[in-house]
Design a binder for this molecule. Structure first.
Ligand code: ADP
Length: 449
């Protein structure tokens, strides 16, 4: 770009210089030629007047500049006198255009060029009263010769001008390009040096914004993908670990029995342990399947209108024995509120909440389940007077396999997936979960549909 501007300025300067030189020269030359011709005419009249006054004697002691020539011509065209050539050697001049014209009209003029075109001669002829013609002529250089003779100073001026143009063109082009080079493309609109560049810079800024948004989105996508991958890796490791523990127990008890080391009266106890561990495995695998179905949106069942109160009633009926076993009082209250949901999932949510409220309760404690409307939305709330959850664990209890007290949870048959299923099930129904808990006092979990 800089080079283009530079050559542009330089060639314009050169062109203007040459063109103006040619114009000035030719205008001056034309003007001078005209002036010369006029003064030649005047001189012709002056000489004619002098001859009239002094007669032919005028020529006797006449000294004329070499470039000037005076010719005196008889009516017949014969040359009577000539200042530069012997008159007798000159041919008849009657046919010379200026002489012819002067004889006819009283005055005639003509300009003739030398063979080499290096000189031109202007003629002015005046007819005298006696019919003779007086001719004055002057020989000048032509424009071409003049230019050639002035070649040295012209070349010098040209050289000086070219150098000045080069210097100026270089400086100007650098000055024009500098602000463009200094544009900060990260914040293009902060460098509005040329108003002509404004649309371009605004466009660049828009493109920058668009690119940044895309990069952010791509980064977000990559982060999410990485998080998901890490999540899956962790989940697989957890699942393997959770499956391995009951399987190792089952394998151990079965091995002892196979080797016949167990006394006949202990067989039932060992078989019972194997059964318990197998049950635990079934529950675990069941939970994993439910979770992965929710996770991958593989729910085939259709949504239907469900009565939250009714679902809670059924769940508490199922858990009645467990509550009694824990010496926990269960109580259901509230209104019959309806939600559009998948029965299987809603029941699972309510079951897991109530199951936890009983499991993590204290002897003689209570579980209060209530349904109703809050903030214009149907809800179900499960409140217990159990062991409570430490504040720092409140956010984490919904993670897969997270337990506040691992051994206690395992002891009472927890898989660590119950609340995770609740969270996914709630998300499937666009419901929010609110949790409040105090260590040693109890927990309250509300699902707001
Ligand atoms: P788990 O199968 O171990 O009960 P959950 O996902 O249902 O797994 O719950 C995760 C953890 O949150 C539990 O291990 C327990 O420590 C804690 N928790 C859940 N519900 C309650 C509750 N009502 N009271 C006290 N702690 C609870």
């Amino acid at each position: 770009m800089r080079n283009r501007i530079f050559y542009g300025i330089f060639s314009v300067a050169l062109l203007v210089l040459v063109a103006s030189m040619v114009l000035i020269f030719s205008a001056l030359y034309t003007q001078y030629s005209k002036e010369y011709e006029k003064s030649l005419q005047n001189e012709a009249y002056l000489v004619a007047a002098a001859i009239r006054h002094t007669g032919s004697g005028y020529f006797s002691d006449l000294k004329v500049d070499k470039r000037y020539r005076i010719t005196y011509i008889a009516r017949s065209g014969k040359v009577i006198y000539d200042t530069s050539v012997d008159a007798s050697k000159l041919p008849n001049h009657a046919s010379r255009p200026e002489v012819k014209e002067a004889m006819k009209t009283g005055y005639g003029s003509d300009t003739r060029y030398s063979k080499t075109l290096s000189e031109k001669t202007s003629y002015s002829a005046v007819r005298m009263e006696d019919g003779r013609v007086l001719r004055v002529s002057i020989t000048q250089f032509t424009l071409l010769t003049l230019l050639l003779r002035l070649m040295k100073p012209i070349l010098l001026v040209l050289l000086l001008t070219i150098m000045t143009s080069l210097l100026l063109a270089s400086r100007i082009s650098r000055r024009i390009v500098k602000p463009i080079n200094e544009i900060d493309l990260d914040a293009p609109t902060e460098n509005m040096t040329y108003p002509e560049l404004e649309p371009l810079l605004v466009r660049i800024e828009e493109q920058n914004d668009m690119l940044n948004q895309r990069i952010d989105k791509l980064r977000g996508d990559v982060d999410e993908k990485t998080r998901e991958a890490e999540f899956r890796k962790e989940f697989t490791a957890n699942v393997s670990h959770e499956l391995k523990t009951p399987l190792t127990s089952i394998s151990g008890f079965a091995e002892i029995m196979k080797n016949g080391i167990v006394r006949p009266e202990d067989v039932e106890k060992f078989a019972g342990r194997i059964y318990e561990e197998a049950q635990r495995l079934i529950v675990l695998v069941d939970d994993i399947i439910k979770l992965s179905q929710l996770d991958e949106n593989q729910i085939t069942a259709k949504k239907e209108r469900l009565d939250l109160y009714g679902v809670a009633e059924e769940v508490l009926y199922t858990l009645n024995a467990a509550a009694k076993g824990m010496d926990v009082k269960v109580d259901l209250s509230g209104k019959h509120v309806h939600v559009d949901g998948v029965y299987q999932i809603i029941e699972e949510i309510v079951y897991n909440l109530c199951d936890n409220a009983i499991k993590y309760n204290k002897k003689g404690g209570t579980v209060r389940v209530s349904t109703g409307m809050a903030e214009g939305r149907p809800y179900i709330c499960v409140k217990d007077t159990g062991i409570g959850i430490p504040q720092e664990d409140l956010d984490r209890v919904f993670e897969r396999f997270y337990r506040v007290n691992k051994s206690h949870s395992k002891e009472i048959g927890g898989t660590g997936l119950g609340l995770s299923i609740v969270r996914h099930g709630a998300a499937y129904h666009n419901a929010d979960i609110r949790i409040q808990s105090r260590l040693g006092e109890g927990t309250e979990i509300t699902v707001l549909f």
